[in-house]
Design a binder for this molecule. Structure first.
Ligand code: FES
Ligand code: FES
Length: 160
């Protein structure tokens, strides 16, 4: 199929793409965007999380045909206004919430999806939003702290 979609703010046109190709394969193998990870490949771990039209989406469960004419944001597209780290990435660093390279991109995408939908989440809502992002190495405490702080900062910036 011919595939047109918006990826991290850029319009992409691709030819000869199998309709049943998975989005994670397209991103990693065809477009060299390896920030989106292959974890369980069964929709259970969240390592392959991306945003499709701002909706948290598993790239390992999404066929490329389903993103035609849609907008996809990967971890590579989450940047600060100056092109550097986003506020969430900086917040993860500040609060010691950065973990391994497998789970962290998906956690950041899940956090971004949450804050786009709910700018002032409670700690319970933050934990619920991270339910689908598995890490057996942490209690999630610092991640929740970081997301809560960034939400507060975003709201304070907007109130100015
Ligand atoms: S790799 Fe997609 S949810 Fe685990
Ligand atoms: S899976 Fe990444 S730190 Fe646990």
């Amino acid at each position: 199929m011919h595939l047109t979609f918006t990826l991290n703010g850029e319009t992409i046109h691709l030819d000869d793409i199998p309709e049943d190709m998975l989005l994670v394969t397209l991103l990693r193998e065809k477009l060299a965007l390896t920030g989106t990870k292959r974890g369980c490949e069964s929709g259970a771990c969240g390592a392959c999380s991306v945003l499709v039209d701002d909706r948290l989406t598993r790239a390992c469960r999404t066929k490329v045909a389903d993103i035609a004419e849609h907008t996809v944001t990967t971890i590579e597209g989450i940047r600060g206004t100056d092109g550097g780290l986003s506020d969430l990435q900086q917040g993860f660093l500040t609060y010691g919430a950065v973990q391994c390279g497998f789970c962290t991109p998906g956690m950041l995408i899940a956090a971004e999806a949450l804050l786009r939908q709910n700018p002032s989440p409670s700690r319970t809502e933050i934990r619920r939003a991270l339910n689908g992002n598995l890490c057996r190495c942490t209690g999630y405490q610092q991640i929740v702290d970081a997301i809560e702080a960034v939400a507060r900062e975003r709201n304070a910036r907007q109130a100015k």
